[in-house]
Design a protein around this ligand. Structure first.
Ligand code: ZN
Length: 108
């Protein structure tokens, strides 16, 4: 995920973010930033993670996120097994338990 992708997923205009010093992606500057109690860029609650993005035309900017928003906007990659294999395992477990289940997915 690029910095631009991150901001798009958060629905943030980079112009709204405060400028960050060069090279302040993490470490001491990020910890110091969290002491300032800045709001999460996504939901407005207190941020627990301070990061930066570097957007052409805007330079390096701070992006603080709370933990739920960090989790919601962190790419997880692709599944390790095909969806159909996971569904087959769930169906088998339900059959063994004698449970009637309905699985709804958003894939074809
Ligand atoms: Zn948040």
């Amino acid at each position: 995920m690029t910095d631009a992708d991150l901001l798009q997923s958060l629905g943030i205009d980079p112009a709204r973010l405060e400028p960050a010093p060069p090279g302040a992606a993490c470490g001491g500057a990020g910890i110091e930033r969290l002491r300032g109690r800045h709001p999460c860029a996504r939901c407005g609650h207190s941020s627990t993670v301070a990061g930066t993005v570097d957007i052409p035309g805007h330079g390096r900017r701070w992006v603080g996120r709370c933990m739920p928003c960090l989790i919601a906007t962190t790419p997880r990659g692709t599944p390790r097994v095909p969806l159909e294999a996971t569904l087959a395992t769930i169906r088998e477990a339900a059959r063994e338990a004698g449970a009637m289940i309905t699985i709804v997915t958003d894939t074809a």
